[in-house]
Design a protein. Structure first.
Length: 200
């Protein structure tokens, strides 16, 4: 699964033509409703990840999206495939996942990824809803998540799901990698943006 412009690993899908794209070739532009792709529907199921095969698939998807099996968020590194997770499957194939950590008063979403060919189908929203339901059952106060400053699609998605930015950690991602890499649309990846959703 490669970017159709350069051959690098693809992590996004063009919402207009459906081409698979790497972050560098993902462009951000303003569009009117006429030229915004309509959401497609897809049959899938969401369950807890339990088997070694499911955990291995989560690790593969984590490497696809972020280039490594770990994620740094809220000052800690996590091996994503070792965390509790929900997975979305269709035809016995894992097409998305959400991994998380349960804290004293909150649930921290460590990683959320949807296979590029299955984006824009509502799966990410349903995975968030699963975590929120679990958090409410455990009487947690908040959902927490972070994203990088370049990942404007993720930032928009979380805000639509009623998360609010409450903290910015300047240069924390650049320090982790020892350099400033180019992200979506060529935006330098530097900062960690932290978001929260208060549960009622």
């Amino acid at each position: 699964m490669s970017c159709q412009h350069c051959g690098k690993p693809a992590v996004y899908k063009c919402t207009v033509c459906g081409k698979l794209l790497c972050p560098e070739h993902t462009k951000l532009k303003t569009t009117c409703p006429t030229h915004t792709a309509t959401k497609t529907t897809q049959k899938y199921t969401i369950t807890k990840a339990k088997t070694n095969k499911q955990k291995q698939t989560i690790q593969t998807l984590t490497k696809l999206f972020w280039g490594e099996p770990t994620q740094q968020t809220f000052n800690k590194n996590y091996t994503v495939a070792k965390l509790p997770a929900y997975i979305a499957t269709t035809k016995n194939k894992t097409i998305g996942f959400i991994s998380y950590i349960t804290q004293k008063n909150n649930i921290l979403i460590v990683a959320l990824g949807i296979h590029p060919q299955h984006q824009n189908t509502g799966i990410a929203k349903k995975l968030i809803e699963k975590i929120e339901t679990e958090a409410k059952q455990q009487q947690k106060q908040k959902l927490l998540v972070s994203t990088s400053n370049d990942d404007l699609p993720a930032l928009a998605f979380y805000q639509i799901q009623n998360f609010q930015i409450y903290q910015v950690k300047p240069n924390i991602i650049a320090k982790k990698h020892g350099t400033t890499k180019k992200g979506i649309g060529g935006i330098p990846i530097r900062d960690e943006l932290r978001l929260q959703k208060t549960l009622k």
